[in-house]
Design a protein around this ligand. Sequence first.
Ligand SMILES: NC(=O)c1ccc[n+]([C@@H]2O[C@H](COP(=O)([O-])OP(=O)(O)OC[C@H]3O[C@@H](n4cnc5c(N)ncnc54)[C@H](O)[C@@H]3O)[C@@H](O)[C@H]2O)c1
Length: 384
Amino acid sequence: MNLKVGVIGSGAMGSGIAQVAATAGHNVTLYDNNAAALVKAKEKLTAILLRLEEKGKIPAASEVLERITFAEQLEAFADCGLVIEAIVERLDIKKTVFADTERIVSDTCILATNTSSLSVTSIAAACNNPSRVMGLHFFNPAPLMALVEVVPAIQTNPALIPVATELMKSWGKTPVTAKDTPGFIVNRVARPFYGEAIRIYEEGIADIATIDHAMTTVGGFKMGPFTLTDYIGHDVNYVVTDTVFQSFFYDPRYKPSFSQKRLLEAGWLGRKAGKGFYDYTEGAPKPQPNTDPAKATEIVERIVAMLINEAADALLLGVASVADLETAMTKGVNYRKGLLAWADEWGVQKCIDILDNLYNQYHEDRYRVSVQLRKQAMENKKFV
Ligand SMILES: NC(=O)c1ccc[n+]([C@@H]2O[C@H](COP(=O)([O-])OP(=O)(O)OC[C@H]3O[C@@H](n4cnc5c(N)ncnc54)[C@H](O)[C@@H]3O)[C@@H](O)[C@H]2O)c1
Protein backbone atom coordinates (compact mmCIF):
# COMPACT_ATOMS: atom_id res chain seq x y z
CA MET A 1 0.00 0.00 0.00
CA ASN A 2 1.84 3.11 -1.10
CA LEU A 3 -0.49 5.88 0.08
CA LYS A 4 1.18 7.60 2.98
CA VAL A 5 -1.22 8.71 5.70
CA GLY A 6 -0.73 11.70 7.99
CA VAL A 7 -2.62 12.03 11.26
CA ILE A 8 -2.82 15.34 13.11
CA GLY A 9 -3.31 15.03 16.87
CA SER A 10 -1.98 12.03 18.78
CA GLY A 11 -4.71 11.82 21.43
CA ALA A 12 -7.32 9.11 21.89
CA MET A 13 -8.64 9.26 18.34
CA GLY A 14 -5.50 10.24 16.41
CA SER A 15 -3.36 7.46 17.87
CA GLY A 16 -6.18 4.96 17.25
CA ILE A 17 -6.54 6.06 13.63
CA ALA A 18 -2.76 5.86 13.15
CA GLN A 19 -2.85 2.31 14.51
CA VAL A 20 -5.62 1.33 12.09
CA ALA A 21 -3.86 2.83 9.06
CA ALA A 22 -0.46 1.32 9.93
CA THR A 23 -2.02 -2.08 10.60
CA ALA A 24 -3.62 -1.86 7.14
CA GLY A 25 -0.11 -1.48 5.67
CA HIS A 26 0.27 2.29 5.24
CA ASN A 27 3.24 4.31 6.27
CA VAL A 28 1.86 6.78 8.78
CA THR A 29 3.11 10.06 10.17
CA LEU A 30 1.54 11.02 13.47
CA TYR A 31 1.95 14.69 14.34
CA ASP A 32 1.06 16.60 17.49
CA ASN A 33 2.02 20.10 18.57
CA ASN A 34 2.50 18.81 22.10
CA ALA A 35 5.72 16.77 22.37
CA ALA A 36 4.58 15.08 25.59
CA ALA A 37 1.40 13.87 23.86
CA LEU A 38 3.51 12.29 21.12
CA VAL A 39 5.68 10.46 23.64
CA LYS A 40 2.54 9.19 25.38
CA ALA A 41 1.04 8.07 22.07
CA LYS A 42 4.19 6.16 21.16
CA GLU A 43 4.22 4.37 24.51
CA LYS A 44 0.51 3.58 24.26
CA LEU A 45 0.72 2.31 20.68
CA THR A 46 3.75 0.15 21.49
CA ALA A 47 1.96 -1.43 24.45
CA ILE A 48 -1.26 -2.03 22.49
CA LEU A 49 0.50 -3.51 19.46
CA LEU A 50 2.65 -5.81 21.60
CA ARG A 51 -0.49 -7.03 23.36
CA LEU A 52 -2.16 -7.69 19.99
CA GLU A 53 0.92 -9.63 18.87
CA GLU A 54 0.83 -11.73 22.07
CA LYS A 55 -2.82 -12.52 21.44
CA GLY A 56 -2.00 -13.54 17.86
CA LYS A 57 -4.17 -10.75 16.39
CA ILE A 58 -1.26 -9.26 14.39
CA PRO A 59 1.87 -11.09 13.16
CA ALA A 60 4.49 -8.62 14.38
CA ALA A 61 4.04 -5.46 16.43
CA SER A 62 7.46 -4.19 15.34
CA GLU A 63 6.43 -4.21 11.66
CA VAL A 64 3.39 -2.04 12.36
CA LEU A 65 5.37 0.25 14.67
CA GLU A 66 8.10 0.71 12.07
CA ARG A 67 5.49 2.10 9.70
CA ILE A 68 4.60 4.90 12.15
CA THR A 69 6.78 7.95 12.45
CA PHE A 70 6.16 10.53 15.16
CA ALA A 71 6.59 14.11 14.01
CA GLU A 72 6.69 17.45 15.76
CA GLN A 73 6.55 19.40 12.50
CA LEU A 74 3.70 19.58 9.97
CA GLU A 75 6.34 19.54 7.19
CA ALA A 76 6.52 15.76 7.65
CA PHE A 77 3.22 15.55 5.75
CA ALA A 78 4.74 16.75 2.45
CA ASP A 79 4.46 13.33 0.76
CA CYS A 80 1.14 12.20 2.28
CA GLY A 81 -1.80 11.20 0.06
CA LEU A 82 -4.30 11.52 2.91
CA VAL A 83 -4.16 13.55 6.11
CA ILE A 84 -6.72 12.96 8.88
CA GLU A 85 -7.09 15.63 11.54
CA ALA A 86 -8.06 14.57 15.09
CA ILE A 87 -7.21 17.57 17.26
CA VAL A 88 -9.22 19.47 19.84
CA GLU A 89 -12.88 20.10 18.86
CA ARG A 90 -12.51 23.85 18.18
CA LEU A 91 -13.51 25.31 14.83
CA ASP A 92 -11.02 28.19 14.90
CA ILE A 93 -8.07 25.89 15.68
CA LYS A 94 -9.14 23.28 13.13
CA LYS A 95 -9.43 25.97 10.43
CA THR A 96 -5.91 27.22 11.14
CA VAL A 97 -4.51 23.69 11.08
CA PHE A 98 -6.23 22.91 7.76
CA ALA A 99 -4.93 26.10 6.15
CA ASP A 100 -1.39 25.34 7.43
CA THR A 101 -1.55 21.71 6.29
CA GLU A 102 -2.76 22.64 2.81
CA ARG A 103 0.36 24.76 2.31
CA ILE A 104 2.57 21.71 2.95
CA VAL A 105 0.86 18.79 1.20
CA SER A 106 0.68 18.07 -2.55
CA ASP A 107 -2.26 19.23 -4.68
CA THR A 108 -3.72 15.73 -4.75
CA CYS A 109 -3.63 15.06 -1.02
CA ILE A 110 -7.07 14.47 0.54
CA LEU A 111 -7.66 16.33 3.80
CA ALA A 112 -10.08 14.79 6.27
CA THR A 113 -11.43 15.81 9.66
CA ASN A 114 -12.53 13.47 12.42
CA THR A 115 -14.77 16.14 13.94
CA SER A 116 -17.81 14.81 15.82
CA SER A 117 -19.90 17.92 15.84
CA LEU A 118 -18.46 20.75 13.76
CA SER A 119 -19.48 21.55 10.18
CA VAL A 120 -17.13 19.92 7.68
CA THR A 121 -18.16 22.61 5.19
CA SER A 122 -16.96 25.28 7.53
CA ILE A 123 -13.60 23.55 8.08
CA ALA A 124 -13.23 23.04 4.30
CA ALA A 125 -13.79 26.75 3.74
CA ALA A 126 -10.43 27.42 5.42
CA CYS A 127 -8.66 25.79 2.44
CA ASN A 128 -7.83 27.27 -0.95
CA ASN A 129 -9.06 24.03 -2.47
CA PRO A 130 -12.04 22.97 -0.30
CA SER A 131 -13.01 20.28 -2.84
CA ARG A 132 -10.35 17.99 -1.37
CA VAL A 133 -11.72 18.23 2.18
CA MET A 134 -14.16 15.76 3.77
CA GLY A 135 -15.13 14.27 7.10
CA LEU A 136 -13.97 10.80 8.11
CA HIS A 137 -15.67 10.27 11.45
CA PHE A 138 -14.26 7.31 13.38
CA PHE A 139 -15.74 6.05 16.63
CA ASN A 140 -13.94 5.53 19.91
CA PRO A 141 -11.89 3.35 20.22
CA ALA A 142 -11.01 3.63 16.52
CA PRO A 143 -9.25 0.24 16.23
CA LEU A 144 -12.29 -1.59 17.65
CA MET A 145 -15.28 0.29 16.27
CA ALA A 146 -16.05 -0.71 12.68
CA LEU A 147 -18.11 2.31 11.68
CA VAL A 148 -16.69 5.30 9.81
CA GLU A 149 -19.01 8.08 8.67
CA VAL A 150 -17.77 9.51 5.36
CA VAL A 151 -19.02 13.10 5.29
CA PRO A 152 -18.66 15.17 2.14
CA ALA A 153 -18.79 18.92 2.72
CA ILE A 154 -20.91 20.85 0.23
CA GLN A 155 -17.64 21.77 -1.54
CA THR A 156 -16.20 18.22 -1.63
CA ASN A 157 -15.44 16.71 -5.04
CA PRO A 158 -18.05 13.88 -5.28
CA ALA A 159 -15.45 11.62 -6.90
CA LEU A 160 -13.66 11.45 -3.55
CA ILE A 161 -16.58 9.72 -1.79
CA PRO A 162 -16.07 6.29 -3.43
CA VAL A 163 -12.29 6.71 -3.04
CA ALA A 164 -12.62 7.28 0.72
CA THR A 165 -15.26 4.54 1.03
CA GLU A 166 -13.04 1.95 -0.64
CA LEU A 167 -10.04 3.03 1.40
CA MET A 168 -11.99 2.64 4.66
CA LYS A 169 -13.11 -0.84 3.56
CA SER A 170 -9.47 -1.74 2.90
CA TRP A 171 -8.77 -0.73 6.52
CA GLY A 172 -11.37 -3.25 7.66
CA LYS A 173 -13.92 -0.53 8.43
CA THR A 174 -17.61 -0.29 7.58
CA PRO A 175 -18.09 3.09 5.93
CA VAL A 176 -21.43 4.89 5.55
CA THR A 177 -22.06 8.21 3.83
CA ALA A 178 -23.67 11.01 5.82
CA LYS A 179 -24.75 14.50 4.82
CA ASP A 180 -22.86 17.31 6.52
CA THR A 181 -25.56 18.05 9.09
CA PRO A 182 -25.16 18.31 12.90
CA GLY A 183 -24.19 15.01 14.52
CA PHE A 184 -24.02 13.31 11.07
CA ILE A 185 -25.90 10.00 11.58
CA VAL A 186 -25.04 8.44 14.93
CA ASN A 187 -24.67 11.51 17.11
CA ARG A 188 -27.97 12.83 15.78
CA VAL A 189 -30.12 9.72 15.71
CA ALA A 190 -28.94 8.47 19.13
CA ARG A 191 -29.84 11.68 20.99
CA PRO A 192 -33.21 10.43 22.34
CA PHE A 193 -31.51 7.39 23.87
CA TYR A 194 -30.05 9.79 26.41
CA GLY A 195 -32.43 12.76 26.24
CA GLU A 196 -35.74 10.91 26.52
CA ALA A 197 -34.38 8.63 29.24
CA ILE A 198 -33.34 11.66 31.29
CA ARG A 199 -36.72 13.27 30.66
CA ILE A 200 -38.52 10.16 31.98
CA TYR A 201 -36.26 10.27 35.05
CA GLU A 202 -36.73 14.00 35.62
CA GLU A 203 -40.50 13.64 35.50
CA GLY A 204 -40.31 10.93 38.14
CA ILE A 205 -41.90 8.32 35.88
CA ALA A 206 -39.05 5.96 36.78
CA ASP A 207 -35.68 6.12 38.52
CA ILE A 208 -32.34 5.59 36.78
CA ALA A 209 -31.95 1.95 37.78
CA THR A 210 -35.43 1.13 36.52
CA ILE A 211 -34.88 2.89 33.18
CA ASP A 212 -31.50 1.16 32.70
CA HIS A 213 -33.05 -2.17 33.61
CA ALA A 214 -35.92 -1.65 31.14
CA MET A 215 -33.60 -0.67 28.31
CA THR A 216 -31.22 -3.61 28.78
CA THR A 217 -33.87 -6.28 29.36
CA VAL A 218 -36.99 -5.43 27.34
CA GLY A 219 -35.06 -3.06 25.03
CA GLY A 220 -32.10 -5.41 24.52
CA PHE A 221 -29.57 -2.54 24.53
CA LYS A 222 -26.08 -3.46 25.74
CA MET A 223 -26.08 -0.70 28.38
CA GLY A 224 -28.81 1.46 29.83
CA PRO A 225 -28.71 5.22 29.13
CA PHE A 226 -27.49 6.18 32.62
CA THR A 227 -24.80 3.52 32.80
CA LEU A 228 -23.71 4.49 29.29
CA THR A 229 -23.55 8.26 29.86
CA ASP A 230 -21.63 7.63 33.10
CA TYR A 231 -19.25 5.52 31.02
CA ILE A 232 -18.89 8.04 28.16
CA GLY A 233 -18.45 10.90 30.66
CA HIS A 234 -20.91 13.75 31.13
CA ASP A 235 -18.36 16.25 29.87
CA VAL A 236 -18.30 14.49 26.49
CA ASN A 237 -21.97 13.45 26.27
CA TYR A 238 -23.39 16.79 27.45
CA VAL A 239 -21.19 18.76 25.05
CA VAL A 240 -22.33 16.67 22.07
CA THR A 241 -25.99 17.18 23.08
CA ASP A 242 -25.51 20.89 23.57
CA THR A 243 -23.62 21.30 20.27
CA VAL A 244 -26.25 19.35 18.32
CA PHE A 245 -29.03 21.42 19.99
CA GLN A 246 -27.37 24.72 19.10
CA SER A 247 -26.49 23.55 15.58
CA PHE A 248 -30.13 22.64 14.95
CA PHE A 249 -31.11 26.22 15.71
CA TYR A 250 -32.44 25.17 19.13
CA ASP A 251 -34.88 22.53 17.92
CA PRO A 252 -36.55 21.34 21.19
CA ARG A 253 -36.10 17.70 20.12
CA TYR A 254 -32.43 17.98 21.05
CA LYS A 255 -32.76 20.09 24.20
CA PRO A 256 -30.11 19.22 26.82
CA SER A 257 -31.19 18.48 30.39
CA PHE A 258 -30.50 20.26 33.65
CA SER A 259 -29.85 16.95 35.40
CA GLN A 260 -26.89 16.27 33.17
CA LYS A 261 -25.69 19.88 33.24
CA ARG A 262 -25.64 19.83 37.03
CA LEU A 263 -23.58 16.62 37.04
CA LEU A 264 -21.09 18.36 34.77
CA GLU A 265 -21.00 21.45 36.99
CA ALA A 266 -20.44 19.33 40.09
CA GLY A 267 -17.59 17.49 38.40
CA TRP A 268 -19.58 14.27 38.68
CA LEU A 269 -18.47 13.22 35.23
CA GLY A 270 -19.34 9.56 35.60
CA ARG A 271 -17.26 6.45 36.08
CA LYS A 272 -13.92 8.24 35.62
CA ALA A 273 -14.81 10.66 38.45
CA GLY A 274 -16.18 7.95 40.75
CA LYS A 275 -19.63 9.53 40.56
CA GLY A 276 -22.18 10.43 37.94
CA PHE A 277 -25.79 9.30 37.83
CA TYR A 278 -24.51 6.37 39.88
CA ASP A 279 -22.07 6.39 42.79
CA TYR A 280 -19.01 4.23 42.03
CA THR A 281 -17.27 4.64 45.39
CA GLU A 282 -16.58 1.39 47.15
CA GLY A 283 -19.42 0.20 49.32
CA ALA A 284 -21.90 2.70 47.86
CA PRO A 285 -25.39 1.19 47.75
CA LYS A 286 -26.49 0.04 44.29
CA PRO A 287 -29.98 1.30 43.48
CA GLN A 288 -32.37 -1.54 42.75
CA PRO A 289 -34.73 -1.31 39.77
CA ASN A 290 -38.46 -1.74 39.73
CA THR A 291 -38.73 -4.82 37.50
CA ASP A 292 -42.44 -4.50 36.70
CA PRO A 293 -42.67 -5.64 33.03
CA ALA A 294 -45.45 -3.15 32.19
CA LYS A 295 -43.33 -0.25 33.44
CA ALA A 296 -40.33 -1.54 31.47
CA THR A 297 -42.38 -1.78 28.27
CA GLU A 298 -43.73 1.76 28.74
CA ILE A 299 -40.18 3.12 29.11
CA VAL A 300 -38.72 1.20 26.17
CA GLU A 301 -41.58 2.05 23.84
CA ARG A 302 -41.29 5.74 24.59
CA ILE A 303 -37.52 5.90 24.03
CA VAL A 304 -37.45 3.57 21.02
CA ALA A 305 -40.34 5.44 19.34
CA MET A 306 -38.32 8.65 19.74
CA LEU A 307 -35.24 6.94 18.26
CA ILE A 308 -37.22 5.58 15.31
CA ASN A 309 -38.71 9.03 14.71
CA GLU A 310 -35.21 10.50 14.62
CA ALA A 311 -33.99 7.87 12.14
CA ALA A 312 -37.05 8.39 9.95
CA ASP A 313 -36.53 12.15 9.99
CA ALA A 314 -32.86 11.72 9.05
CA LEU A 315 -34.06 9.63 6.09
CA LEU A 316 -36.66 12.25 5.15
CA LEU A 317 -34.01 14.98 5.13
CA GLY A 318 -31.53 12.97 3.06
CA VAL A 319 -28.92 12.62 5.82
CA ALA A 320 -28.31 9.00 4.78
CA SER A 321 -29.84 6.03 2.98
CA VAL A 322 -31.94 3.40 4.76
CA ALA A 323 -29.03 0.93 4.55
CA ASP A 324 -26.51 3.43 5.93
CA LEU A 325 -28.83 4.52 8.75
CA GLU A 326 -29.24 0.90 9.79
CA THR A 327 -25.51 0.15 9.54
CA ALA A 328 -24.61 3.29 11.48
CA MET A 329 -26.78 2.46 14.48
CA THR A 330 -25.80 -1.20 14.64
CA LYS A 331 -22.06 -0.66 14.10
CA GLY A 332 -21.59 2.78 15.65
CA VAL A 333 -23.58 2.33 18.89
CA ASN A 334 -24.13 -1.44 18.78
CA TYR A 335 -27.94 -1.36 18.72
CA ARG A 336 -29.17 -4.93 18.36
CA LYS A 337 -31.06 -3.99 15.21
CA GLY A 338 -31.47 -1.00 12.95
CA LEU A 339 -34.13 1.50 14.01
CA LEU A 340 -35.98 1.34 10.69
CA ALA A 341 -36.13 -2.46 10.84
CA TRP A 342 -37.44 -1.98 14.39
CA ALA A 343 -40.17 0.31 13.01
CA ASP A 344 -41.10 -2.33 10.43
CA GLU A 345 -41.29 -4.95 13.12
CA TRP A 346 -43.51 -2.83 15.37
CA GLY A 347 -45.51 -1.43 12.49
CA VAL A 348 -45.06 2.27 11.76
CA GLN A 349 -48.52 3.05 13.15
CA LYS A 350 -47.44 1.96 16.62
CA CYS A 351 -44.61 4.54 16.63
CA ILE A 352 -46.98 7.22 15.39
CA ASP A 353 -49.52 6.38 18.11
CA ILE A 354 -46.90 6.50 20.89
CA LEU A 355 -45.58 9.85 19.68
CA ASP A 356 -49.02 11.34 19.04
CA ASN A 357 -50.08 10.33 22.55
CA LEU A 358 -47.02 12.09 23.97
CA TYR A 359 -47.69 15.13 21.81
CA ASN A 360 -51.32 15.25 22.93
CA GLN A 361 -50.23 15.12 26.57
CA TYR A 362 -47.39 17.63 26.42
CA HIS A 363 -48.10 19.81 23.38
CA GLU A 364 -44.34 20.02 22.97
CA ASP A 365 -42.70 20.16 19.56
CA ARG A 366 -40.24 17.60 20.88
CA TYR A 367 -42.83 14.88 20.26
CA ARG A 368 -43.81 15.83 16.70
CA VAL A 369 -44.02 12.86 14.36
CA SER A 370 -41.75 12.88 11.32
CA VAL A 371 -43.68 13.18 8.08
CA GLN A 372 -41.63 10.21 6.90
CA LEU A 373 -43.44 7.97 9.40
CA ARG A 374 -46.85 9.33 8.41
CA LYS A 375 -46.03 8.77 4.71
CA GLN A 376 -44.91 5.20 5.35
CA ALA A 377 -48.12 4.52 7.26
CA MET A 378 -50.35 6.07 4.60
CA GLU A 379 -48.66 4.10 1.84
CA ASN A 380 -48.56 1.01 4.06
CA LYS A 381 -44.86 0.62 3.23
CA LYS A 382 -41.98 -0.97 5.09
CA PHE A 383 -38.57 0.72 5.36
CA VAL A 384 -36.26 -2.24 4.91
N1 LIG B 1 -12.99 10.90 21.92
C1 LIG B 1 -14.03 10.49 21.21
O1 LIG B 1 -14.87 9.69 21.68
C2 LIG B 1 -14.20 10.96 19.79
C3 LIG B 1 -14.95 10.17 18.89
C4 LIG B 1 -15.06 10.60 17.57
C5 LIG B 1 -14.49 11.79 17.17
N2 LIG B 1 -13.79 12.56 18.09
C6 LIG B 1 -13.19 13.80 17.60
O2 LIG B 1 -11.79 13.56 17.40
C7 LIG B 1 -11.05 14.75 17.67
C8 LIG B 1 -10.00 14.44 18.71
O3 LIG B 1 -10.59 13.95 19.87
P1 LIG B 1 -9.76 13.15 20.98
O4 LIG B 1 -10.76 12.58 21.92
O5 LIG B 1 -8.77 12.27 20.34
O6 LIG B 1 -8.99 14.36 21.70
P2 LIG B 1 -7.70 14.30 22.62
O7 LIG B 1 -7.81 15.45 23.54
O8 LIG B 1 -7.51 12.92 23.19
O9 LIG B 1 -6.47 14.55 21.60
C9 LIG B 1 -6.30 15.73 20.87
C10 LIG B 1 -4.84 15.88 20.54
O10 LIG B 1 -4.69 16.96 19.63
C11 LIG B 1 -3.54 17.67 19.99
N3 LIG B 1 -3.67 19.04 19.46
C12 LIG B 1 -4.47 20.03 19.92
N4 LIG B 1 -4.32 21.13 19.15
C13 LIG B 1 -3.43 20.82 18.18
C14 LIG B 1 -2.88 21.52 17.07
N5 LIG B 1 -3.22 22.78 16.85
N6 LIG B 1 -1.98 20.89 16.30
C15 LIG B 1 -1.63 19.61 16.55
N7 LIG B 1 -2.11 18.88 17.58
C16 LIG B 1 -3.00 19.48 18.38
C17 LIG B 1 -3.46 17.60 21.49
O11 LIG B 1 -2.14 17.82 21.95
C18 LIG B 1 -3.95 16.18 21.75
O12 LIG B 1 -2.87 15.27 21.79
C19 LIG B 1 -12.08 15.81 18.07
O13 LIG B 1 -12.44 16.53 16.92
C20 LIG B 1 -13.26 14.96 18.58
O14 LIG B 1 -14.47 15.63 18.48
C21 LIG B 1 -13.62 12.16 19.38
